[in-house]
Write a protein that binds this ligand. Sequence first.
Ligand code: SF4
Length: 265
Amino acid sequence: MMQPSSCISNEAEEEISRHPCYSEEAHRFYARMHIPVAPACNIQCNYCNRKFDCVNESRPGVVSEVLSPEQAERKVKGVAAQLMQLSVVGVAGPGDPLANPEQTFDTFARVKKHVPDVSLCLSTNGLTLYRHVNEILELGIRHVTITINAIDPDIGREIYPWVFDEGVRYEGREAAELLISRQLIGLEMLAKLGILVKVNSIMIPGVNDHHLPAVSKRVKELGATLHNVTPLIIAPGSQYEMDGRKAPRPKELTTICRNCWGVTG
Ligand code: SF4
């Protein structure tokens, strides 16, 4: 399977070297656990089929059984008791954690109380991130991943057919513009508070491939710690599958990342 390519700043290298979501090397010494407590999502990505888990964080076709915060607490306690290497617990779906804020933050609070030695991490599409900065700070969540596939709404509209916010459904360019503006605001707010923000971009040939260096430049300016580019994975039954879109070849991914910030794979 093709591996993601990364562009990393120096300052946070030490901290992320111990975090298996950020460092390949850390996989050898530390373990992470992702808990599925967040079923809903507030946007639609064209590579996703909502019958399955969030493609931004998972493999296509995977269906996780959703846990309640109480069940998640029991599961984390059980794993932590048996696995000394457990260093990170994250909520990453099966939808978007911040489209399910009560379940997500209740789960984090329970884990923090009962398994205080693990780091908490959160992955999100970023639509409502700016509304949850206080909870993130209060819970001591040090690592947040935002999936940002475009900073140009005309490209974003080819990826996101709609977003849903505060009872209103936005479509087309307006939807992409709202999502992108929220993602960038959320990134900047967290980075200014010293939270490590990883930006994940999905490389979609013919849609955003040529645009990723611009994404990389902008997210670095706003304070991202790391920009990861991962190849498109198309969920079965998604719009992109129906459109006949293809995943990038390994060489295409490497070439694009050479033009992103810093070093690349
Ligand atoms: S953020 Fe996109 S990929 Fe993830 S669940 Fe929502 S629609 Fe699917």
